[in-house]
Design a protein around this ligand. Structure first.
Ligand SMILES: [Zn+2]
Length: 231
C-alpha cells in the first residue's frame, strides 16, 4: 500500500500560548515558526494537513468556573449518554471559547494556514473539537467518552492517509490523546517532540513512555525519519 502522510497540528491557539493565554503552556510560542516551516509549499510531502481547534461554549463542562471550583481542581463528571459511568476530570481556566481571541490561531500561523485552506493544493482542514457543552475532549478524534466523533477520522480516510505526524499543544494532553486515537485507528503515528510543549514538562519521561506504549514513534525535527517527508 502506498504510504500517505497527514500533518496534524493540534490546538495551536492563543489561549494555550504565553504571555496572555488563559491556559498558556510554557515556551509554547517557540514552536510556531518551526511549525510554519513545515507548511512551506514544496518543502514537505504532506498528503493532507489538519489543524485542530479547541472550540468551547462559554459554559463548557471542562471549565472550573462552570462548577464554581478553582482551576486545576478535580471533579467526578458523568457520561453524557446517561450510562452512569463517571470519570475524574481536571477543571481548567476558561479557554478557547468559540470566536474569542483566545480561540484564534497565532496571527503568523493563521496567515499561512488560511492560504493553504483557500488553495487546497494539499487537502487542508480545520477540525473543531470541544464544542459540545456536556463533555470534555482532549483528542481531536473524539470526546473523552468515545461517544462523539469529530470530522478528523473521516477526513484522513477520505484522503487515504496511512501515516499521521503530530505537532502542537499540549504534549501531555491533546497531542498525546490525539496520537493514541490515531494509532488505535490504525494510522502509523509519529509525534515530533520538539514541536510540542507540555503542561507538565517535569513528567516528560512518563509522557513519552505512554506514547511509546501505544505504539507511537516519538521523533525530533532532526530525526532521519523526517527525510521521508522532505521533497
Ligand atoms: Zn479545552
Amino acid at each position: 500500500m502506498t504510504e500517505k502522510t497527514a500533518l496534524l497540528i493540534i490546538d495551536l491557539q492563543e489561549d494555550f500560548l504565553p504571555p496572555n493565554g488563559s491556559l498558556a503552556v510554557a515556551n509554547g510560542r517557540e514552536i510556531i515558526n518551526p511549525i510554519i516551516d513545515l507548511l512551506t509549499p514544496g518543502k514537505y510531502k504532506w498528503d493532507a494537513i489538519i489543524a485542530s481547534k479547541d472550540w468551547h461554549t462559554p459554559d463548557h463542562i471542562s471549565f472550573a468556573k462552570t462548577h464554581n471550583q478553582e482551576p486545576y481542581s478535580t471533579k467526578l463528571l458523568s457520561s453524557p449518554n446517561g450510562s452512569g459511568e463517571t470519570k475524574l476530570h481536571t477543571l481548567w481556566p476558561v479557554h478557547c471559547v468559540q470566536k474569542s481571541h483566545g480561540s484564534e490561531f497565532p496571527h503568523e500561523f493563521k496567515i499561512v494556514f488560511d492560504k493553504l485552506l483557500e488553495q487546497q493544493n494539499v487537502p487542508t482542514k480545520i477540525v473543531l473539537k470541544g464544542y459540545l457543552q456536556d463533555r470534555e475532549y482532549y483528542s481531536c478524534f473524539k470526546d473523552v467518552w468515545g461517544i462523539h466523533k469529530t470530522e478528523c477520522y473521516q477526513f484522513l480516510k477520505d484522503n487515504c492517509i496511512t501515516n499521521v505526524v503530530a505537532v502542537g499543544i499540549a504534549y501531555d494532553f491533546c497531542v498525546m490523546n490525539s496520537c493514541i486515537d490515531s494509532a488505535d485507528f490504525g494510522f502509523k503515528t509519529y509525534v515530533i517532540k520538539d514541536l510540542t510543549r507540555g503542561v507538565y514538562p517535569d513528567k516528560d519521561r512518563e509522557t513519552t513512555l505512554n506514547y511509546e506504549n501505544h505504539g507511537i514513534t516519538v521523533i525530533t525535527s532532526e530525526s532521519d525519519v523526517m527525510k521521508k517527508w522532505i521533497l
